[in-house]
Structures are given as structure tokens and as C-alpha cells.
Design a protein around this ligand. Structure first.
Ligand SMILES: O=c1[nH]cnc2c1ncn2[C@@H]1O[C@H](COP(=O)(O)OP(=O)(O)O)[C@@H](O)[C@H]1O
Ligand SMILES: [Ca+2]
Length: 494
């Protein structure tokens, strides 16, 4: 039997070049025209809005929320339609700006603290239409940084911020809108943000997702539980945050388990780990001898002569978590004597944010962009290159705002980072900031220990690392301020 000669693709293209040209040239011209056409953002339908009969008349409301975090200050501006769907601000669905350091870095100078927010305020105001500015509320929520400073110092800073908003802003403002958020509010807002963006609000608690938010100073866990489980919640003493919040959202009553662990954010936990170890720390990368400053304290941070060791560092992290003390007086605890909420369907899918995402992204590199041959060889040697994602080193998809991972990925990354001395780590991880490098083994080992030994999440369970959540035709930051804005917008529209 005679076989027809296989024609190669270039040959085919050559033979049919007239047809190819006839099809592609008009297509190219059409796309060029569409690309150059001016965009009119307000006409882009917000995907989740159901068009009402008679069409959408459209009234917009804006909210400006400052997140005064322990490691930086950020401002978010959102615009809602009357159904509480997000509308465009330019091409995006929010304005987001940030700067470092956070307010708590100016403990001695409240005025300077307030002034650090001025450029963010100016930017935020500029995107709110002039005629809506005096109807647009501005709120400031401070988190772990100010919680740590104590009431007197943090109150002085908040007062300076109130004066800034009173005198230098045209937005709607009340003094009690500038506060230190309690950890429970922060965790609940984060849960609302993620579930709102995923379109889960209004569904049964079992169809919502749980959230973990690892900040610099504190870490929050929040997930919805059943009404029956709410009744099992341990009673808390006066002055303590209760474990379960009742939230009524989109016609549904939720019982939200929330706990915020102060001192267990990533940067605070470094201090906790350094406190439980003596000379020669097991977590500091080889060759580094320095000190670590957190709050107003300085800790010795010096590598042991044999460098870091993942297994010893993990043990130190577990010690810092104080797994067994104070004693667990409830049915089941996470760590530090805190009730674990009982688990259940609302915790099946976990969206894990902030420093979990950041560190994972920093240890992930695209080969072709960053690696010299020498670095590539070194990384192959240390088995950094995974066969499941051959185009990159590390365990997330850097070009996506969300990635499915397992806690074990943090263990694997930690094991590799811990083997390196500071110099090698600098070459291997150009995305890690110089002042974070000595702590890379510690951070990754702590993140693993927190998930697996602290929260008792199976090392092989799928979890979602999240920076932003796709919503409509854009992505929105996975951070608590949206939850706060939703509360503001829904109370002003009712
Ligand atoms: O809008 C955001 N989108 C994504 N990540 C954020 C956002 N705001 C803060 N983060 C993350 O939170 C972490 C910093 O925590 P933060 O300074 O808020 O500490 P705190 O919550 O303990 O006060 C960083 O990993 C930072 O990337
Ligand atoms: Ca935060």
C-alpha cells in the first residue's frame, strides 16, 4: 500500500498561504481596531448583576477603607451598584494602593504616622467623583500593629489620623470610624470578602469556604459552622472574644467560627521562635549573625555553626506555638488552649491568604526570566525544580492570583531553603527581600507547622493560596477591607 507523503506544517502553510492571508489579515485588522477603541468602563456589565425588568437605572455608592496593618498601610476604594455588586473604577474593580511601614512604626510620632496616610488618602479621593465625595464614608481599621502598642499609644495615633481625615479630606467621616479592629472582626471581614467574591454568600454554610489570613502580627482562622455546632461552642469569660459570630448575609443566617491569634502572625512568630531557642538558632540560615527587631524588642538571631535544620526548626516552631499549654479545656483545641471550632463542611475548602501567598510566590521563579545557568544548576542540585511544573521553580503558579497547593509543599520548600547558607539563598531566591533572607527557613517551617501542627490540617489536603480573587473581568484583593465596605454599603443602603 502506498502511503501519501506526510506534509509538514510549514509546507502546508506555504501551500495555503493565500487562504491564510485572506483569513488572518482582516482578523488582525479587526482586533487592532477593537484594541485601539476607547474603553467605556461604566458600560461593562458587572457580571453578577441580574438585569431587572425595565433595565438598570444604576445608582453607585463608594466606600474608602484604610487597612492599617502591622507591616504596611493600604487603602481600598470600592464602588457598588444598588444590588451590592462591585462596579468598575477605571479598568479595575477597586483602587488599591499601599505603602510601608505601617502606623505602628511611628509609635513615637503620631503626627508622622497620620501623615504617612496622606498620599493614600489623596489617591483614594481622586477616584471618587466630586459630587459623591461628601456621601462616601472613609473608615480606618488598624490591626495587630496597633493592638500590640497598647491603648494609650495607639489611641494617640488614631487621634492624629482622625484629625487628618477631619481637616484634609472631603469624604464623609465620623471619629468612631477610625478604630483598632478586634481580631474577630478582622477574621469575619476576611471571610465575607472571599465568600462574596466567590459568589458563595446566600448559600448554605456547607457551601462556603473557610479562610486563614496570616498577617505580620496576627493570624486569623474563620469558617461557618452549623447551628447545632454553634450550641457546642465553649462559653468565654467576660472580656474575651466569643468564638462564634452571627452574621445575616443575603437572606442567610451564618454562624461564623472566628479566632485571631495575636503574636502568631509571621513576623511576630519569628520573635516567639527566637525566644524559645538559645545560642545558635536552628532556623537561621547558615552564615548569618545579626539581630531581629520586632516591636520595641531586639532578639539575637545567629545561625548555629552547622547552619539551619528543617526538623529542628520545625520543633522550635511547634514549641513556640505552645501546642499543649495552657491546657485544652475544650473538646478539641488548635494551639494555646484555643477551641478549634469543631471543623465541618464550612472548613472543607480553605482559602489561605497574605504571608502564605507572599512567601510561596517569592520562592517560586520562572526559569527563563530569572535563572542564570549557574543558578539553574544549583537549583537542580538541590532538587528545587519540580517535574509537575517544569517551567518554574517552586510550588505555585506565579502568574495566577490563586493556586492549589498542599501544606506539604511548604514543608518541601522549607527543607530545601534550610539547606542553604545566606549567600546561596540570595542567589537562589532573588525575589526574597534581603532582610527576609536569613529567616526563609524559619518562615517556611513556621507556615508548615502552623497549618499542620497548629490547625491540624492534613499535610496532603488541598488548600487554595490566594492573593486576589477573579470577579467579573478583573481580580480583587483577597483582604478584609472589602468585607468592611460591604457592611458599610449595606447599612447605608438599608
Ligand atoms: O490587599 C491585600 N491583598 C493581598 N495581601 C494583602 C493585602 N493587604 C495585606 N496583605 C498581606 O498581608 C500581609 C501583611 O500583614 P499585615 O501587615 O496586614 O499584618 P497584620 O494583619 O498582622 O496587621 C502581607 O503578606 C501582605 O501581602
Ligand atoms: Ca492584615
Amino acid at each position: 500500500m502506498k502511503r501519501a507523503r506526510q506534509e509538514s506544517i510549514p509546507d502546508k502553510i506555504h501551500r495555503y498561504r493565500a487562504v491564510v492571508l485572506a483569513v488572518t489579515v482582516p482578523l488582525f485588522l479587526l482586533s487592532l481596531f477593537l484594541f485601539l477603541m476607547p474603553r467605556t468602563p461604566t458600560t461593562i456589565a458587572v457580571v453578577r448583576t441580574k438585569q431587572r425588568p425595565g433595565g438598570y437605572a444604576g445608582s453607585k455608592s463608594y466606600a474608602v477603607i484604610f487597612d492599617a496593618g502591622s507591616s504596611g498601610s493600604r487603602v481600598h476604594v470600592y464602588c457598588f451598584d444598588e444590588n451590592l455588586n462591585l462596579m468598575h473604577i477605571g479598568d479595575e474593580l477597586e483602587l488599591f494602593e499601599q505603602r510601608k511601614p505601617g502606623l505602628s512604626a511611628y509609635a513615637e510620632d503620631p503626627q508622622q504616622a497620620a501623615d504617612s496616610l496622606a498620599p493614600l488618602l489623596e489617591k483614594a479621593e481622586s477616584v471618587v467623583p466630586k459630587e459623591l465625595r461628601n456621601k462616601t464614608p472613609v473608615r480606618v481599621g488598624a490591626t495587630a500593629g496597633l493592638r500590640n502598642l497598647g491603648t494609650e499609644t495607639s489611641e494617640r495615633i488614631l487621634q492624629a489620623v482622625r484629625e487628618l481625615l477631619q481637616h484634609k479630606s472631603s469624604l464623609k467621616f465620623q471619629p468612631d470610624w477610625v478604630t483598632v479592629l478586634d481580631g474577630t472582626q478582622e477574621g469575619a471581614f476576611q471571610w465575607v470578602t472571599i465568600n462574596y467574591l466567590l459568589g458563595r454568600l446566600g448559600k448554605s454554610y456547607a457551601n462556603t469556604v473557610g479562610v486563614v489570613d496570616l498577617g505580620g502580627g496576627s493570624v486569623q482562622m474563620a469558617y461557618a459552622i452549623s447551628e447545632g455546632d454553634d450550641e457546642k461552642a465553649p462559653k468565654v469569660l467576660n472580656g474575651e472574644d466569643s468564638y462564634v459570630q452571627k452574621l445575616f448575609l443575603k437572606g442567610t443566617q451564618y454562624y461564623l467560627y472566628v479566632h485571631s491569634y495575636l503574636h502568631f502572625g509571621l513576623l511576630a512568630a519569628r520573635a516567639e521562635i527566637l525566644k524559645v531557642t538559645d545560642e545558635g538558632n536552628n532556623c537561621i540560615l547558615g552564615g548569618y549573625h545579626g539581630s531581629y527587631k520586632y516591636g520595641d524588642k531586639t532578639y539575637k538571631a545567629s545561625a548555629s555553626s552547622s547552619g539551619a535544620s528543617f526538623s529542628k526548626c520545625k520543633d522550635d516552631a511547634i514549641k513556640a506555638l505552645r501546642n499543649n499549654e495552657p491546657a485544652c479545656t475544650h473538646m478539641k483545641c488548635t494551639f494555646g488552649g484555643i477551641w478549634n471550632g469543631g471543623g465541618g463542611d464550612g472548613q472543607k475548602n480553605l482559602f489561605v491568604a497574605s504571608f502564605f501567598f507572599d512567601r510561596a510566590a517569592e520562592v517560586t521563579l520562572l526559569h527563563n526570566v530569572f535563572l542564570t545557568t549557574q543558578m539553574y544548576t544549583r537549583l537542580v542540585l538541590h532538587k528545587f525544580i519540580s517535574s509537575s511544573r517544569p517551567h518554574q521553580v517552586g510550588f505555585i503558579d506565579r502568574d495566577k492570583p490563586m493556586s492549589n497547593v498542599k501544606p506539604a509543599d511548604f514543608e518541601e520548600a522549607a527543607m530545601r531553603a534550610c539547606q542553604l547558607n545566606v549567600e546561596d539563598a540570595k542567589a537562589a531566591f532573588p525575589l526574597v527581600q534581603a532582610d527576609n533572607l536569613p529567616y526563609l527557613c524559619m518562615d517556611l517551617a513556621y507556615q508548615y507547622a502552623l497549618l499542620v501542627d497548629g490547625f491540624a490540617i492534613d499535610a496532603q489536603q488541598d488548600i487554595t493560596l490566594v492573593k486576589q480573587v477573579p470577579y467579573g473581568d478583573a481580580s480583587v484583593e483577597a483582604a478584609w477591607p472589602l468585607g468592611s465596605a460591604i457592611e458599610v454599603a449595606s447599612s447605608s443602603s438599608s
